[in-house]
Design a protein around this ligand. Structure first.
Ligand code: HC1
Ligand code: SF4
Length: 573
């Protein structure tokens, strides 16, 4: 432990703490901009400057280690002036169309300018033509908004181990972009959107699709169905000022009904359906010497990562479409028939915590009889925008329920949104099938949580099933490398493209880096889902009465010919 004084407050902190961390312990809040805990700790922007008694010049507190006996000041005129000049310099070369900016009111640079009382930019920096790349289905890169903080570069490189983005060109022309002036679309980008959720400004954002959805709602000829992913309910409330981890299922459904969707269903229903299909696919692969380990394929970011970087594992991917795609296929077949609606007149909207889902929905494989499974994918942030556009007072909404036709879901479906959730849901079903009974012990805690790769061995009906769970593509790579090297062997693996699973997907509300210093949003949002699981009447997918009805009336049995046609696909190397 070391003792130091910050703004006249004495404190004791563990060795190895930076000044920024030490200040936090006594409630002294130093502003930052490029800093992103554990990811971008490079002291580049020099906003977090502090004065250390006896040291020459001001020091970047996010990288400077705290030392025994230090006397530190964080709020003197010299410091305030230096911080102000730094931010003025950044703003002088920034596209300052704040009023019409995507990140207006959620921009970390804007908040900082306000805090530092910057009312004027005393000089205009060099203006260079900057690229806007809107070529992909998922992500828009607008270099005129970029402040070169490097957060996205390091998230992509170190958290995801992909490295699509880097500094390119030089001097005033410097941009953060894929190499060789490629579009994101031509680079091996998996569209996980982790760069977006960690961008302090609007340099990276999702490709919006709100207008197309409004048009569909407006068209009285079109039957517009919306479905919500499990993780959306765990974060949407943040857009309306609720604490991180507040579950808003009922209000979310009420808002969707008010927006004018004809039917509001839950992707969780289809998550239950996925478990039926995937659970049986696993049993068949084990019984018939199929390709093992089988790896989940519901995270499109992970699927792209596999296609780009580990194509040798493509045969291991489950042939199941992801839940929201399955839902689309069921809506345009079973549901259309049952309710006598022309499937061509059904417009399916998926509200997802994920930016990669936009590209997934556009994949050529994701259609049946020339009808797209899903017609539009909106992120959680886009849904919040629609609610605000419609001037709905979210906080005053009475809870509402999903429409009954395809709205029922089990606790197993809900936990899909957190890392380990798909595995746990699958085990609940596979265990009952193999044991031939309704098992009471259904909480597989070994696959929960956010620490590294999770492994377990479960003995079911005399069979030992070896499983593993990885989240974030860096961890996925580590796991696949061990399997390739023959160091590990499994039957079933869950991989999600984002660290923490869907709850921290690239389409979720922005959380400022400052807040992320004290709170692990992966943990808080996941809690909201596990809570919902415990209050559901049914907690195993095969107990969902609507799922059983769907098989009885239409699909016959899991992995039937019809189920294959609608709910499965295949990926090619
Ligand atoms: Fe997910 Fe899924 S859990 S992929 O993380 O399998 O996006 O939430 O909707 O489709 O159910 C995302 C979340 C989501 C699908 C399901
Ligand atoms: Fe990297 Fe993901 Fe951003 Fe693509 S979307 S640049 S893979 S962080």
């Amino acid at each position: 432990k070391i003792t130091l004084t910050i703004d006249n407050i004495k404190t004791e902190v563990p060795k190895g703490y930076t000044i920024l961390e030490a200040a936090k312990t006594v409630g002294v809040d130093i502003p930052t901009l490029c800093f992103l805990k554990d990811v971008n700790e490079i002291g580049a922007c020099r906003v977090c400057l502090v004065e250390i008694e006896g040291a020459r010049g001001l020091q970047a507190s996010c990288v400077h280690p705290a030392a025994e006996g230090m006397v530190i000041k964080t709020n003197t005129k010299k410091i305030r002036d230096a911080r102000k000049s730094t931010v003025e310099l950044i703003l002088s070369n920034h596209n300052r169309e704040c009023l019409t900016c995507f990140r207006n009111k959620s921009c970390e640079l804007q908040s900082l300018a306000e805090e530092l009382n910057i009312n004027d930019i005393p000089f205009q920096g060099e203006e260079t033509a900057k690229t806007v790349d809107a070529q992909s289905h998922s992500i828009v890169r607008d270099a005129s908004k970029c402040i070169l903080c490097g957060r996205c570069i390091n998230v992509c490189k170190s958290v995801q181990k992909i490295g699509v983005l880097d500094f390119t060109k030089r001097g005033y022309e410097t941009e953060v972009a894929p190499a060789f002036e490629k579009s994101m679309d031509e680079a091996p980008c998996i569209y996980c959107g982790q760069c977006i959720v960690n961008c302090p400004v609007a340099a990276l954002r999702e490709k919006e699709d709100i207008e197309r959805v409004w048009d569909a709602i407006e068209d009285s000829e079109v039957h517009v169905v919306v479905q919500t992913a499990p993780a959306v309910r765990a974060a949407l409330g943040e857009e309306f000022g609720l604490p991180i981890g507040t579950r808003v299922t009922g209000k979310m459904v009420a808002a969707l009904k008010r927006l004018g969707f004809d039917k509001v269903f839950d992707t969780n229903f289809a998550a239950d359906l996925t478990i039926m299909e995937e659970g049986h696919e696993l049993l068949h692969r084990i019984q018939d010497n199929g390709v093992l380990p089988m790896i989940t394929s519901c995270s499109p970011g992970w699927v792209r990562f596999c296609e780009f970087n580990y194509p040798q594992f493509i045969p291991n991917l489950s042939s199941c479409k992801s839940p929201h795609q399955m839902m689309g296929a069921i809506l345009k077949s079973y549901y259309a028939e049952k309710h006598n609606i022309d499937p061509e007149k059904i417009f399916v909207v998926s509200i997802m915590p994920c930016t990669s889902k936009k590209t997934e929905a556009a994949r050529p494989e994701m259609e049946v009889a020339e009808l797209r499974d899903v017609d539009a994918v909106l992120t959680t942030r886009e849904l919040a925008k629609m609610i605000k556009q419609a001037r709905i007072n979210f906080m005053k909404l009475e809870d509402s329920e999903f429409d009954p036709a395809l709205g029922d879901y089990t606790g197993a479906g809900v936990i899909f949104g957190a890392t380990g959730g798909v595995m746990e849901a699958a085990l609940r079903t596979v265990a009952d099938v193999l044991e031939g009974q309704d098992l009471q012990n259904i909480e597989y805690t070994a696959v929960r949580g956010i620490e590294g790769i999770k492994e377990a061995e479960v003995t079911l009906g005399g069979n030992t099933i070896k499983i593993a769970v990885a989240h974030g593509t860096a961890m996925a790579a580590e796991l696949l490398d061990m399997i390739e090297a023959g160091e590990k062997e499994y039957h079933f693996i869950e991989i999600m493209g984002c660290s923490g699973g869907c709850v921290t997907g690239g389409g979720q509300p922005h959380v400022p880096a400052k807040v992320k210093m004290d709170c692990d949003i992966r943990v808080e949002r996941a809690k909201a889902l596990y809570e919902e699981d415990t209050v559901k009447q049914y907690r195993k997918s095969h107990q969902n009465p609507l799922i059983n009805k769907l098989y009885e009336e239409y699909l016959e049995k899991p992995n039937s010919h019809k189920a294959h046609k609608l709910l499965h696909t295949h990926y090619e190397a």
